[in-house]
Design a protein around this ligand. Structure first.
Ligand code: ME8
Length: 519
């Protein structure tokens, strides 16, 4: 059995999640669910990044201890993942003992072998914000977030010797052309490394809320060694004796990240792994960023999209569908309620939901719900193995919008076939001719339900049951994908239920909009 390990970034626990965090996590969930449907053994990791002055400050602003504050934020994350039907196998928090202990081991090992050394760090420091800035970050010599004057500081710091790894990195990129994904983002990384790497400051004496350096506890580990290591600490990596999960799932198949942290995953993380003598992940994939109604999301603009609210208005499955359908995965995208309502109505309510409803109604009224009749496979070949193999290839490239186009192409062929054959007329004139037409349309819907399942796990199971399948979709899938046989068993009858996607009013048009707007 193939094993598959996919991760999301660990999100900063200084604030509650928004649509951007949900996007990455839903995408990883779809990839993980598809692999499970194929019968692979999957490990899907997400979690929270919990150290650093930003978190200590956020806690202080609420009059809470960091630990209490973090409990609240982490509960928000976990509740959102439950709500969005995220099927992660583990949730790592960087304040957990399993993580801290290994980060400390890793730091000491790299120090001992000379990949980490003690030097001094020079930079700009915003005292009230307790944040370090590089010269280039400053705005008119001031802190870019609070606008106050910054101080030039020079202090002791440990450094990771990135500069020693330039050649090995470049060789690795060249020999592993699938590592940097999507391909159009690779040149940016290669150029960056070719431009020469500076050693990276990896400790601070001014940041108390962090993992102490064992051999010099005045220092705490600063950002990236702490954060990136989560991908192995969660598998029970340990310098003395890596656990069984590590042996089974490392190297990761895909680290999914947003484009702003691509470089850290494509440069620093490989260096850390090389220094530890560990294999590198097979792929780092950076997706694009969402804006909202054309603007950057920000608290001050008040346009941060809360996925809970969108899911309440449109349903969890439609939310999951929309974010991966709207924008080719890898590119930037814009979220708008009118685009969501438009796609929901056109693709989910009209094309998919109505098709199912029409087919089931006609089968129920005229054939006692029976699916038991041989059909001429016009929409779906008798063996749909090629279609599924192609679909598998598309999803393996994480080309989610392309995958959804492929399924919606099948659905629109089924709708066109319905228009041509007009089974609602045929049932009045030629029942024997009408039956196979309807069952052929049901076959297309069965294949669509299977293919859409990772995107819309609940609704597709409902479609599946309405089509009279008794074994749960997720259980039936591995054999079905292997055999490619999409049909119905003798005596199988549909179980018509309520319509799957009730139509919505498009916001801005006359009548009511969705119940509420994202806050
Ligand atoms: O960077 N559009 O955490 P973070 C799309 N802790 N995706 C978005 C987004 C947007 N507008 N906003 C956020 C961190 N994301 C570190 C990571 S990993 C070892 C450490 C998503 O809370 C996207 O996946 O700032 C991005 O990379 C991530 O949230 C940043 O989350």
């Amino acid at each position: 059995m193939k094993s598959f390990y996919i991760t999301t970034p660990i999100y900063y626990a200084n604030d509650v999640p928004h649509i951007g965090h949900a996007y990455t996590t839903v995408a990883a969930d779809v990839a993980a669910r598809w692999r499970r449907l194929r019968g692979d053994t999957v490990r899907f990791l997400t979690g929270t990044d919990e150290h650093g002055s930003k978190i200590a400050q956020a806690a202080a602003a609420k009059g809470q201890s960091p630990a209490d504050y973090l409990e609240g934020v982490v509960a928000h994350y976990k509740a959102l993942w439950t709500r969005l039907n995220i099927s992660h196998d583990d949730f790592i928090r960087t304040t957990e003992e399993r993580h801290k202990r290994v980060v400390q081991q890793v730091f000491e090992r790299l120090l001992k072998q000379g990949d980490i050394y003690l030097g001094s760090y020079e930079g700009w420091y915003c005292v009230p914000d307790e944040t370090f800035w590089a010269q280039g970050d400053l705005i008119d010599g001031r802190c870019p977030t609070c606008g106050r004057l910054v101080e030039k500081i020079k202090e002791e710091s440990y450094f990771l010797r990135l500069s020693a790894y330039e050649k090995r990195l470049l060789d690795y990129y060249e020999q592993n052309p699938d590592f940097l994904q999507p391909k159009f983002r690779a040149p940016e990384i290669v150029q960056f490394v070719k431009g020469g790497l500076n050693d990276l400051s990896v400790s601070r004496v001014k940041v108390a809320w962090g993992i102490p350096v064992v051999s010099n506890p005045r220092h705490t580990v600063y950002v990236w060694i702490d954060a990136l290591s989560n991908y192995i600490t969660a598998l029970g990596y340990d310098l003395e004796k890596p656990g069984p999960l590590f042996n089974q799932f490392w190297p990761a198949d895909i680290h999914l990240v947003g484009k702003e942290i691509y470089r850290f995953h494509a440069v620093i993380w490989p260096v850390l792994l090389m220094a530890l003598g560990l294999p590198l992940p097979k792929q780092v994939f950076a997706h694009g960023w969402w804006t909202v109604e054309g603007e950057k999301m920000s608290k001050s603009k008040g346009n941060v999209v809360d996925p809970h609210i969108v899911a309440a208005d449109y349903g969890v499955d439609a939310f999951r569908y929309f974010v991966l359908r709207e924008v080719p995965f890898g590119s930037d995208g814009d979220f708008s309620l009118s685009a969501l309502a438009g796609r929901y109505n056109a693709e989910l309510a009209n094309a998919l939901g109505n098709l199912l409803n029409r087919v089931l109604t006609l089968l129920e009224k005229n054939f006692d719900g029976s699916l038991d009749v041989p059909t001429d496979p016009v929409l779906v070949p008798a063996r749909a193995g090629d279609w599924l193999a192609d679909y598998d290839g598309v999803l393996s490239r994480l080309a989610f919008s392309e995958a959804l186009e492929k399924v919606m192409g099948l659905v629109s062929r089924a709708n066109k076939y319905a228009d041509e054959q007009a089974p609602w007329k045929l049932v009045k004139t030629d029942l024997a001719k009408a039956h196979p037409v309807l069952v052929e349309m049901a076959r297309a819907l069965k294949l669509a339900a299977l293919a859409l399942h990772p995107f819309m796990p609940t609704v597709t199971q409902e479609m599946w049951s309405q089509l009279g399948e008794s074994e749960p979709l997720a259980q039936a899938a591995p054999d079905l994908i292997k055999s490619g046989t999409i049909g119905f068993t003798p005596g199988q009858k549909i179980k018509k239920g309520s319509p799957l996607f009730p139509r919505k009013e498009v916001p801005g048009k006359a009548g009511s909009g969705p119940a509420s707007k994202p806050a």
